[in-house]
Design a protein. Structure first.
Length: 328
């Protein structure tokens, strides 16, 4: 059954059960209260037969107020217990509602991930296969051969990037990845990553404003994956003719790494969501760019493991700024 129909059915069932429970609670309160009033009336009739109100007015009044007090105490007890019960039902219902919705969302995102991943793995493999077959079949001139080899290498780099993301995120998730803790120069690492991107995308401009000797303690492979993911997104989600800017600055609170692009930017309400696993903006069927929704999730996980925060803000006049602040 498609996820949406199942979600709708579960929602209808949930609200029906919840409304039934609340109605039963209200009915329980009304009937107890009625019982309480009937009991009071019965006790008053009983009192009238036992005590003559004109002969013993004081005794009669005392008994009457005792009966009324007893009725009021009972009513307060029902209201108190009923309210606590009602509150517990609401808290429980809220909790169930949130976790069921989260579960459905995750399931939907996992489905999207499976669609995306199949496509992402197939495309570079098909391109590389086709290129190699062409090279094998035809005696091409050296220039064409070089071009085919370069696109094949690009595709294998993409495949490598993708499998690394999947592997590392599942290892980090399961606790199977052993984080190394090395003294390393983030300035050098960023410069190397930028150079890789310049080689991979010669038609694009990459600017680096990198302060030297920014030392951090951490896992070089993970930090490289973090930087590469941010650069990859900046390239992927901005027009070819716009530059990508990387900067690294040391300040009093630590070291700040920024990757800026001049793409369409990220809408305010999506800014938080993009760091969740498998989350991609828009609909899988209508989305033009390729991706798995793992990149930023991995970035945030790596940042947290390195005592760093990752944020996204708007670039001026357009685009995004991803900032990673390493607290030292
Ligand atoms: P992927 O790129 O594989 O879809 P990510 O986790 O890296 O997954 O990014 C999640 C989503 O955030 C992307 O699908 C995209 O919609 C949005 N996004 C990420 N980086 C940028 C960016 N620099 N500019 C605009 N949108 C971005």
């Amino acid at each position: 059954m498609p996820g949406r129909i199942r979600l709708r059915r579960t929602t209808v069932l949930y609200w029906t059960v919840l409304l039934y429970i609340i109605a039963a609670l209200v009915w329980w309160f009304i009937s107890l209260n009625q019982q309480n009033t009937s009991m009071r009336d019965f006790q008053i009739i009983n009192l009238r037969t036992r005590v003559d109100s004109t002969a013993h007015p004081l005794l009669y009044q005392q008994e009457l107020s005792r009966i009324n007090n007893h009725r009021d105490r009972n009513r307060s007890k029902y209201i108190g217990e009923g309210s606590i019960f009602f509150l517990l039902i609401l808290v429980g219902a809220g909790f169930v509602y949130r976790s069921v919705r989260r579960q459905f969302r995750l399931q939907q995102q996992q489905q999207n991930f499976m669609i995306a991943i199949t496509h992402e793995l197939k495309t570079p493999l098909s391109v590389a296969k086709l290129n190699l077959e062409t090279l094998q079949k035809y005696n091409l001139d050296p220039e064409k051969q070089k071009k085919l080899i370069r696109t094949t290498l690009d595709e294998t780099a993409r495949l490598n990037f993708l499998t690394n993301n999947i592997l590392i995120s599942s290892q980090l998730e399961s606790g199977g990845y052993k984080l190394s803790s090395e003294e390393l120069d983030l300035s050098d690492l960023l410069k190397d990553c930028l150079q890789d991107f310049r080689n991979r995308f010669p038609e694009r401009e990459f600017y680096g404003d990198i302060e030297a000797d920014a030392a951090v303690t951490g896992d070089p492979l993970l930090l490289q994956i973090l930087i590469n993911n941010l650069l990859e997104n900046a390239v992927k989600y901005s027009p070819k003719e716009t530059p990508v800017n990387a900067s690294l600055k040391k300040n009093s609170s630590g070291i700040e790494l920024q990757i800026k692009d001049q793409g369409p930017g990220i809408p305010g309400d999506e800014k938080k969501k993009i760091f969740t696993r498998f989350y991609r903006i828009g609909n899988e069927a209508t989305r033009k760019t390729q991706g798995t929704g793992l990149g930023l999730y991995l970035c945030r996980k790596i940042a947290r493991d390195h005592n760093a925060d990752i944020t996204v803000t708007n670039n001026e006049p357009t685009g995004s700024i991803f900032a990673v602040i390493f607290h030292t």
